[in-house]
Design a protein around this ligand. Structure first.
Ligand code: NAP
Length: 246
């Protein structure tokens, strides 16, 4: 159970982040639903949480902006007094073959997926160290471990997330703050809905369990890492991928 916990979930307006926000709220946490552009979707997530008897608030912040992240995290601490759980879930793709990839496409994906996680960890960890407790969960990807043609920027950002996670886990362990990553495989969200039927079939063929996963299955893993039961796990990468990486 996550009663009395304040949980910040970035990119919680859609997909995996939305499922994590809903799961945490269903376990009793107060959830800070971060979004960047999808205000209405974020409001919908808040309404859904409240309709189930949960509690949450929406916060706009572009996680790639260091200064805005500082303000965002400070505002949350000022308003709610603490941050017990931080999930760095916000992520984007801008796929293209390496030889054709623009500098902007590389920079933007790294800025959101990797620097975005650094930005929030940088400020939220200060509060967690003061509290002598905290859980940080960073969203990596199967692609950060295996690589993928056409995703040099995304794969680099997700591999970077694993390095960031392990470094932070080592730095923060003495203050009882755990830091772990989740590496999802193919999950049914807006991000994968753009895949062509041909790519989808080829992707399913690589999944031992034979199907795409659901956002709720990633949310269940996040809830475990955030719970009391997950308290002796740090610096790990939990694969939620139907067996793609073994
Ligand atoms: P999604 O459906 O495309 O949703 C992305 C979320 O990230 C949205 O809530 C979006 O908010 C938010 N976001 C994007 N840029 C942001 C920014 N600069 N600041 C704050 N929020 C931002 O993606 P998803 O499939 O749920 O993926 C969630 C995470 O899991 C990502 O890190 C992704 O890389 C990772 N992942 C996904 C899969 C998969 O198969 N789906 C597999 C492996 C890993 P707005 O709409 O408000 O902009």
């Amino acid at each position: 159970m996550l009663e009395e916990k304040v949980a910040v979930v970035t990119g919680a307006s859609r997909g995996i982040g939305r499922a994590i926000a809903q799961k945490f709220a269903s376990l009793g946490a107060f959830v800070v639903i971060n979004y960047n552009g999808s205000k209405e979707r974020a409001e919908e997530v808040k309404r859904e949480i409240e309709a189930e008897g949960g509690k949450g608030a929406i916060y706009q912040c572009d996680v790639s902006d260091y200064g805005k992240c500082e303000t965002f995290i400070k505002d949350v601490v000022n308003e709610y007094g603490r941050i017990d759980i931080l999930v760095n879930n916000a992520g984007v793709t801008q796929d293209g073959l390496l030889m054709k990839m623009t500098e902007e496409a590389f920079d933007q994906v790294i800025a959101t997926n990797l620097k975005g996680a650094f930005n929030t960890v940088r400020f939220a960890s200060r509060q967690m160290v003061k509290q002598r407790s905290g859980r940080i969960i960073n969203m990596s990807s199967v692609v950060g471990v295996t690589g993928n043609a056409g995703q040099a920027n995304y794969a680099a950002s997700k591999a970077g997330i694993i390095g960031l996670t392990k470094a932070a886990a080592r730095e923060l362990a003495s203050r009882k703050v755990t830091v772990n990553a989740i590496a999802p495989g193919f999950i049914e969200t807006d991000m994968t809905s753009v895949l062509s039927e041909k790519v989808r079939e080829a992707s399913v063929a690589q999944i031992p369990l034979g199907s795409f996963g659901k956002p709720e299955q990633v949310a269940a893993a996040a809830a475990f890492l955030a719970s009391e039961d997950g308290g002796y796990i740090t610096g790990q990468v939990l694969h939620v991928d139907g067996g793609m990486v073994m």
